[in-house]
Write a protein that binds this ligand. Structure first.
Ligand SMILES: [Zn+2]
Length: 345
């Protein structure tokens, strides 16, 4: 078999730890499909895998990447759900399919759950073999680069808002960093669910773009105090739901923004995860703190149909060649990207 290029992390550290290596093109095992990758989507998760997380061990060396779009170019034995030549996106969560959570549609709770590029080899390669369950038709309105940018963040944001926080029409939600990957998904999902959306963003240009995604109000966190602004916008009542993924820098304020009976739902901690909180506020105000990771593949397939119907759009900042993966990480970490960054294969 000829070789292919892939991005490998062998040791944690700076951008120089993102190695462009050659490996033999893999053959699909029974039940797997091989995707010829056209575009690889980047997530904050990629930067954590590169940098390392204190107290967490990644199985290095690891091929990076959780999101991708491309074309099925080979089928393993027994695959009937897709055909060679199908344009697909890769679904980033791999699960056993045989346990109770998997079979009740909660595959992200499977004990054998893996996120591609995080706990098993990922999508940052010219070819990737995944279970047939882990590809879905590429939404027709999206380019390959756009399609490669949506799965992980929309699945995450959907599970947080629709499943965990059970956001309802007419409620008000605060979405932090509304132009980030999960933030831009959350703004669109919350609006589609009929909620009133307050979002934050840093700087005028980002605020303008978040408004265009469907946010009703956008707070510029660089010049405004989001807690005060939320109080003013809700007549001091607070919001029913806060969408958290920032962590230490915002979590205390997020709790203060909540109305009585409110829910904060979190999927990440880009500024650190060791938050202080007063239990007094939690019980006096009857608050709920909800954790969430990823989402079900069934929900993700429905989200992709909503892209097909034109209900959601991808928020793409730019495409870079694979060799510039270090610059792609820098753009994410410096919060310079106005949307998702995708590597072109
Ligand atoms: Zn399972």
């Amino acid at each position: 078999m000829p070789n292919m290029r892939c991005i490998v992390v062998r040791e944690h550290g700076g951008y120089d730890r993102l190695l462009l290596e050659e490996r033999p093109i893999p053959a699909p095992a029974p039940g797997q499909v091989r995707v010829k990758v056209a575009a690889i989507g980047l997530n904050h998760l990629d930067t954590w895998v590169r940098r390392g997380v204190p107290g967490h061990e990644f199985p290095l060396p690891l091929v990076a990447g959780s999101d991708a779009a491309g074309v099925v170019d080979a089928l393993g034995a027994g695959v009937v759900s897709v055909r060679e030549g199908d344009a697909v996106v890769v679904l980033p969560g791999v699960s056993c399919g045989a346990c109770e959570p998997c079979q009740t549609g909660l595959d992200q709770l499977c004990r054998h759950y893996h996120i591609l590029g995080e706990s098993c080899d990922g999508t940052a390669a010219e070819y990737v073999c995944v279970p047939a369950a882990n590809v879905a038709p590429k939404p027709a309105p999206l380019s390959e680069a756009e399609a490669a940018s949506v799965c992980l963040v929309f699945q995450t944001a959907w599970n947080m808002l629709a499943r965990r926080a059970e956001l309802r029409a007419g409620e008000t939600v605060l979405v932090h960093a509304g132009l980030s990957g999960v933030g831009s998904a959350a703004v669109q999902i919350a609006a589609a669910l009929g909620a009133r959306v307050i979002a934050t963003a840093g700087g005028e240009e980002k605020c303008r773009r978040v408004r265009a995604l469907g946010a009703d109000h956008v707070i510029d966190y660089r010049s405004q105090d989001f807690v005060q602004e939320v109080r003013a916008l809700t007549g001091k009542a607070g919001v029913e739901v806060v969408f958290e993924h920032v962590g230490e820098a915002t979590f205390g304020g997020s709790l203060r923004c909540l109305a009585r009976g409110g829910r904060v739902v979190t999927c990440g901690a880009t500024t650190g995860g060791n938050v202080k909180l007063s239990l007094h506020a939690v019980f006096f105000k009857s608050l709920s703190i909800l954790g969430s990771t990823m989402g079900s593949k069934g929900d993700l397939r429905r989200i992709l149909r909503m892209f097909d119907q034109g209900r959601f759009r991808a928020v793409l900042d730019r495409e870079l060649p694979m060799a510039e993966v270090g610059e792609a990480h820098r753009l994410l970490e410096a919060r310079e990207a106005l949307g998702k960054v995708v590597l072109r294969v």
